[in-house]
Design a protein around this ligand. Structure first.
Ligand code: G3P
Length: 217
């Protein structure tokens, strides 16, 4: 499973990238706002840092404008994936941009039917939002499972990019179901290393190291 980092914070991306944890990056208008940086400038910087796909989202809502913005974003670097919302206009833009050979990430997906449309429109990635479904007492993980089934039933090659991931359990469940990619904030990716028994075990080892005066160097 590929790990994308869901942030426009270049320092946070660089830290995880040095550990080999970054297969790509996703951004959205809220993350660009949070970074306080110009979208074109920060996206270019991220693309230079990371080898894999870097999603950059259009801001228009009408297909022709989305297509124009997508073409401009794609000029930033070869590893840009143009991100469009899952609206009818977004699907039109997805079809045109993917026919041009650009990677397209269709975002704000909340149903298997929407995912089906995105795959038929040639999306490289579909982004179902787990956390936001959980927020309204629906089952985000069930959506990942449904899309996996639908795509496998018909051999669609669109990659399932599990998004709006808030917890380590969301990552583990996405991996169990077979999502192709997860995108998560740096804090969630780091939290995957945590286990109380690891801490407890290490404390016991450290005590024995001190008691016995064990040295290697
Ligand atoms: O990848 C989409 C993600 O940024 C949305 O996450 O936590 O705002 O629902 P969240």
């Amino acid at each position: 499973m590929k790990f994308f980092v869901d942030t426009a914070d270049v320092a946070a991306i660089a830290e995880l990238n040095d550990l080999g944890m970054v297969d790509g990056v996703t951004t959205n208008p809220s993350l660009i706002k949070k970074s306080g940086r110009d979208i074109l400038e920060v996206t270019k910087e991220i693309c230079a840092l990371v080898e894999g796909p870097v999603s950059a989202e259009v801001v228009a809502t009408e297909a022709e404008q989305m297509i124009a913005e997508g073409r401009k974003l794609a000029e930033i670097a070869d590893n840009i994936a143009v991100k469009v919302p899952l609206t009818w206009d977004g699907l039109k833009a997805c079809k045109v941009l993917s026919d041009e050979g650009k990677m397209v990430n269709v975002t704000l997906c909340f149903s298997a039917n929407q995912a089906l449309l995105a795959a038929k429109a040639g999306a490289t990635f579909i982004s179902p939002f787990i956390g936001r479904l959980d927020d309204i007492n629906l089952d985000g993980m069930q959506l990942i499972e449904d899309i996996r089934t639908v795509y496998d039933n018909y051999g669609f090659e669109t990659e399932i990019l599990a998004a709006s991931i808030r917890t380590a359990n969301h990552v583990a469940e996405s991996a169990r179901i077979g999502a192709d990619v997860i995108t998560a904030p740096p804090s969630v990716i780091k939290s995957l290393a945590m286990h109380p028994l690891t801490d407890k075990g290490l404390d016991a080892f450290l005590k024995d190291i001190a008691d016995a005066g064990i040295k290697i160097l």
